[in-house]
Design a protein around this ligand. Sequence first.
Ligand SMILES: Cc1cc2nc3c(=O)[nH]c(=O)nc-3n(C[C@H](O)[C@H](O)[C@H](O)COP(=O)(O)OP(=O)(O)OC[C@H]3O[C@@H](n4cnc5c(N)ncnc54)[C@H](O)[C@@H]3O)c2cc1C
Length: 241
Amino acid sequence: MQTNAAEVVRMQDLTHDVRAIDLRLISPATLDFQPGQFISFEVPVEGKTHLMTRAYSIASPPNHKSSLTLVFNRVDHGPGSTFLFGLTPGDQVHFKGPAGSFHLRDDAPRNVLFVATGTGIAPIRSMLHTLLPKATSQIVTLLWGLRAQQDLYYQEELHELEVRHPMFHSTVTLSRPDPGWTGPTGRVTALVQKRVKTVDNFAVYLCGNGDMIKDVTNFLRSRGLCPIYREKWYDKEDKGQ
Ligand SMILES: Cc1cc2nc3c(=O)[nH]c(=O)nc-3n(C[C@H](O)[C@H](O)[C@H](O)COP(=O)(O)OP(=O)(O)OC[C@H]3O[C@@H](n4cnc5c(N)ncnc54)[C@H](O)[C@@H]3O)c2cc1C
């Protein structure tokens, strides 16, 4: 696969441990990708001479042809996380991709359900910004699991999308809210179980940790048959979602 080059042009701390960076494409100057796909970096590993590959979903929609946004969380001593958090504007990066089969499909007129944990919102953000301007009568729902109020981000953006596209609804559930939270509490799997009565007319996209993907898939299958597209990022660690 060809290696591409880009320049870091902007970084934004979305929370205490989630950062977004914007990359301006250098070579090639534009990139065709499907919303939901990822790019990958070869990153150094502390104390080792070899490099490791780490994948990051493109969080911006494909119509932003000359730039890409990535959204990622801090993982202590993680090679990928350390690499991305070490970048500053002006740095040049090399990456491969786009790649991946987790991408937006045309399942209209099925309603679309997106379920994310943590930064699993990244590919779904790209999909939402692509799907919503085109969707006509489909109901589009996002259920997103985060931990506490300090972990919230993109709330204003999602609200704006809801106002602009009345068939879109988004709900965040917090697994460990601080006092004062009036929204849903608990894991996102529980929210799916509460909200989804039938899957007959659904297409579902799941992104995030493996436990959520397994549990939500099992639940949806117990309710019937529908397309389920999944992107598992990691297997096990209690991130509270
Ligand atoms: C297709 C694909 C797309 C991805 N897109 C993104 C993205 O857009 N944003 C993003 O933050 N990550 C994304 N990831 C995860 C990313 O590739 C790395 O696995 C993550 O950044 C941790 O790598 P690391 O080298 O820093 O840590 P490692 O040393 O590899 O340690 C990873 C451990 O940290 C824990 N962990 C905590 N948070 C995460 C997380 N977000 N992802 C994976 N493991 C986590 C897990 O328990 C895991 O075992 C994606 C993964 C895949 C497979």
